[in-house]
Design a protein. Structure first.
Length: 312
């Protein structure tokens, strides 16, 4: 079976690839077959592989998760023709039946096995740069609105018939320039607020969805917490604070409390197992702690790793 994929950055098609060697590892690490130079992508994010002639996809415990046709992946899943794999700001469409498609006529790059390709930062920026944050109609309406505001402002500031009377200071050009600069900045801030609010809402939704996977994924609560923190950072500078702010803070506190409670229980169970010289059980508890907080720089992860090293 010929397995071919189309790689998208956002909604822009970036590469057409063919899987060779039966396996393609995708991630930020230099040992991957498809290297994506993006900090949002994990070192080993996901793997597309062939087993008994059928294609499968598997998430490699990535921080930001992998989704198949909009559903989060928790194990290896069989791919059908035109299956859509999405992660971070990227999408992969998998074709298992290439008859009648452009693939049959076009030469595509081969990736997999010992062959490697890289999507550089410049490629990503170029692909993303092709998409405007607003439609042409929205830009036109916004320009007309700003123009009308400026015209009304100028008419309001023009001297009236009583301008020659004593008591009214002459209008200086510098005052107009300063006001126009402030007005322009206010308009830009409003546009930024809308973009930041949309980004914050997106992170909040991802965190909420990740929490639903807490029963099957050890790191679900930790990853959800990261999304909630990113959402908070996105809307931090918006004034007045949007309604999302009031929803976000309790969600962060609740998720932190649940995570701390579970970690405390695991550490207590591990220490009790150590006191009973049950090193095997203690190591399993510490491994669960590492899986729940997969941040190797955190004190929690380092403590669990240190205790395991002492027990082995």
């Amino acid at each position: 079976m010929s397995i071919r994929i189309v790689f998208y950055v956002g909604e822009k098609k970036e590469r057409e690839l063919e899987l060779t060697g039966g396996k393609m590892v995708i991630g930020r690490g230099t040992d991957c077959n498809l290297i994506i130079n993006d900090p949002m992508v994990s070192s080993r994010h996901l793997t597309i592989f062939e087993q008994e002639g059928k294609p499968y996809v598997q998430d490699e415990n990535s921080v930001n998760g992998t989704f198949l046709n909009g559903e989060p992946l928790s194990s290896a899943v069989l791919l059908g023709n035109k299956s859509e794999i999405s992660f971070c700001n990227y999408k992969i469409v998998v074709y298992t039946d290439t008859a009648g498609t452009d693939f049959a006529r076009n030469k595509v790059e081969e990736v997999g096995g010992n062959k490697t390709m890289m999507v550089s930062r410049e490629d990503l920026n170029a692909a993303r740069g092709g998409k405007l944050p607003f439609t042409k109609r929205q830009i036109l309406i916004g320009s007309v609105a700003i123009g009308l505001v400026l015209i009304l402002l100028i008419l309001a500031l023009l001297p009236s018939g009583n301008a020659g009377k004593k008591g009214q200071a002459p209008l200086r050009a510098g005052m107009l320039n300063t006001y126009f600069l402030k007005l322009e900045q206010q308009v830009r801030n409003k546009i930024d607020d809308k973009k930041n609010l949309a980004q914050g809402q997106s992170y909040y939704n991802l965190g909420t969805e990740k929490l639903k996977m807490a029963k099957v994924n050890y790191d679900a609560a930790f990853t959800a917490l990261l999304y909630f923190y990113r959402a908070k950072g996105s809307i931090m500078g918006i004034e007045p604070k949007p309604a999302l702010w009031d929803e976000l803070n309790p969600k962060i506190a609740q998720t932190e409390q649940q995570l701390k409670k579970k970690l405390k229980q695991l550490f207590q169970q591990a220490w009790m197992a150590e006191s009973e010289n049950d090193n095997e059980s203690a190591i399993q508890f510490y491994q669960t702690i590492e899986a729940m907080v997969p941040d190797e720089s955190s004190m929690i992860y380092r403590t669990a790793a240190f205790r395991m090293a002492k027990l082995k």
